[in-house]
Design a protein around this ligand. Structure first.
Ligand SMILES: [Zn+2]
Length: 240
């Protein structure tokens, strides 16, 4: 599904997102969602006029399994490098426990998420056996030239990826527009964060970016610009 010129989401629903970012005739994948999205990938690339051969790398916004998704498969079968912030390297490799704190739950949305997760292979995501790392402030030498902004709180190494040439920012779970825990929609601090207060404080790092379209790990794109998204997320309830 095209969200902006050169920016696609791998499937039409937005519960767990994986994005394709195009520059020239090459593609960077931002987050690999769930293992089950692998089979959707060729069709979404075809919708951009691209194939698996045009993909240069997978960049993860953080080390949670619902962002690692099909990344290990892409690394093994296609040789794609996979990158994550250095502070989330151990998490992405399954070497440390997920630091997430349980949010308040509502049974309906959680059952929906559990069903989606089972259906798309999220209950058994292979951890990465090798991952490259990036640091805060880096501009990655990949299609789209994403620039890294560390926004800790959801995880220690949570990063947003700013792509000025497309006027978008991929925020990972620094901010969500849908909560699988309680069903709330709109910009908000994401559920299953390690430190909800720190996540809210870190939103200040995103203010003032030139980014009309905000692309979260969970939920629909927000087209009102990053500053408005941050304002709304600060006002929304914290998930705990
Ligand atoms: Zn996460």
């Amino acid at each position: 599904m095209q969200l902006a010129p050169g920016v696609h989401r791998v499937r039409p629903d937005s519960i767990v997102n994986s994005y394709l970012l195009e520059e020239g005739d090459e593609v960077t994948i931002i987050d690999a969602g769930a293992p089950g999205l692998w089979k959707q990938l060729p069709a979404e690339l075809a919708a951009m006029g691209r194939t698996l051969d045009d993909v240069r790398a997978i960049v993860l916004t953080h080390g949670h399994s619902d962002h690692i998704g099909y990344a290990e498969r892409g690394r093994r079968e296609r040789g794609w490098p996979v990158m994550v912030h250095e502070a989330d390297e151990a998490l992405a490799k399954g070497e440390v426990k997920n630091p997430a704190k349980s949010p308040k739950l509502r049974i309906g949305p959680m059952l929906g998420f559990a069903w989606w997760s089972a259906w798309h292979g999220l209950l058994r995501v292979p951890p990465l056996t090798a991952v490259a790392t990036y640091g805060d402030g880096a501009t990655l030498d990949l299609p789209g030239s994403p620039r890294v902004i560390l926004v800790p709180g959801h995880t220690p190494g949570s990063a947003a990826l700013h792509v000025p040439i497309h006027d978008v920012v991929f925020v990972g779970d620094a901010m969500a527009t849908y909560s699988p825990a309680d069903g709330l929609r709109g910009p908000q601090v994401a559920a299953f964060s390690a430190d909800y207060e720190l996540a809210r404080t870190s939103l200040a790092r995103l203010e003032g970016l030139a980014a009309a379209l905000v692309l979260p790990g969970h939920g629909d794109a927000f087209a009102g610009g990053i500053d408005e998204a941050v304002r709304l997320a600060r006002e929304a309830r914290l998930p705990e």
